[in-house]
Ligand binder design. Structure first.
Ligand code: PMP
Length: 356
């Protein structure tokens, strides 16, 4: 199958093979990874290696801590402001779609939120460029890749307050100076494994300056201190993540995968632009490398095109339910050959429609 789903999404074949054999017999222990005690060396090693690989691949400095937490990115919409804001504090947010809006709503429970820019006026099909931040803001939050609309911040704004980023749908896919961020979070189920957990990368020095009194299980500082084992971690999801991180390292890391990702996206955008049946409504400069959205100019062909692509084992290209149209997600593990199959299907479909 050619899996273009937005998440959960395609995983490397080797990762699936190894994960499935570890379900039966983990590290030749005679036990499944699912039934191994978490506070034992083999699982502690999984967690340590996963953390170290995130640090290595993202070239993080010693101030940045990596923690793995239960729940998805949506939980982080809440946990981030809970850890960083007191009631009178201001947090600045960029509104670039449904996921940012949800993050904004959650932050409102903990502090004052100022939405400093929004692309809502054009259905979130661009990244806002001009905005000013309140200088007293505790942080500025942005969603680096907007999974639903297919937009991406290709340039991270240079701002005077700490940056907080939801990188759920482009983590590990493109080179950035990750040390410039105060906090980064992402659900694991796109470029980093399967659903069930999130990674949070936080500047410890900055975090230590925020004396917010919260429930211990929500407090990042406790998770850092306990090496993501404050309670039973989602062991299997973290094991799949470790295998995915090893796979990425073996392929040359972020810079190598970024080259491949650019090649895949360029191929598909070129076809969307060339093909008379399709359009893409995103400002060209803001097009996402991870989620390519496109629409049929004649919407009545939707069911027919879907059937046509399904016959070619193309899976998961329906657009998000709130946006419609189509969306092909080109995460790290999606091979170039799958994009070639989709592009060929679009070409052949155009010929078929024109021949009618
Ligand atoms: N942020 C972004 C950018 C996303 O794409 C998603 C899910 N697609 C979420 C947050 C929500 O993630 P989760 O379902 O893991 O809570």
């Amino acid at each position: 199958m050619h899996n273009f789903n937005a998440g959960p999404s395609v995983l490397p074949e080797e990762v699936l093979q190894e994960a499935s054999s570890a379900i039966l017999n983990f590290n030749n222990s005679g036990l499944s990874v699912l039934e191994t005690a978490h506070r034992t060396r083999p699982i502690i090693d999984v967690m340590e290696e996963a953390r170290e690989l995130v640090k290595e691949l993202m070239m993080l400095d010693d101030d940045h801590e990596v923690v793995f937490l239960h729940g998805g990115a949506t939980t982080q919409f809440m946990q981030v402001p809970m850890n960083l804001l007191r009631k009178k504090d201001i947090a600045a947010y960029a509104d670039t779609g449904v996921w940012s809006s949800k993050a904004i709503r959650e932050a409102g429970y903990f502090g004052k939120v100022e939405v400093v820019c929004s692309s809502k006026d054009r259905s979130y099909r661009y990244i806002p460029k001009n905005f000013a931040l309140p200088h007293e803001a505790k942080y500025f939050h942005l969603t680096t890749n907007n999974t639903i609309y297919g937009t991406q911040w290709h340039q991270i704004p240079d701002v005077s307050v700490p940056l907080v980023a939801d990188m759920s749908s482009d983590i590990l896919s493109v080179q950035r100076n990750f040390n410039q961020f105060g906090l980064i979070y992402a659900g694991l189920q796109k470029n980093m494994g399967c659903a069930g957990a999130s990674v949070v990368i936080v500047n410890r020095k900055w975090l230590e300056k925020t004396p917010v009194n919260i429930s211990p299980i929500m407090d990042y500082r406790n998770h850092i201190r306990e090496h993501s084992m404050l309670n039973t971690p989602p062991v299997f999801a973290l094991y799949v993540s470790l295998l995915t991180l090893r796979w990425l390292k073996a392929r040359g890391g972020i810079s190598a995968i970024e080259k491949m990702n650019r090649q895949k996206a360029a191929l598909l955008y070129a076809e969307v632009d060339r093909n008379s049946l399709f359009t893409n409504r995103v400002d060209v400069a803001d097009r996402s490398l991870m989620n390519v959205t496109f629409e049929l100019t004649d919407e009545s062909l939707t069911a027919d095109f879907t059937q046509f692509t399904t016959e070619r084992r193309i899976y998961g290209i329906a657009g998000h339910r709130s946006a419609g149209g189509f969306r092909a997600s080109l995460y790290n593990a999606l091979p170039l050959s799958s994009v070639e199959v989709l592009v060929e299907a679009m070409r052949d479909y155009e010929k078929r429609v024109q021949a009618k």
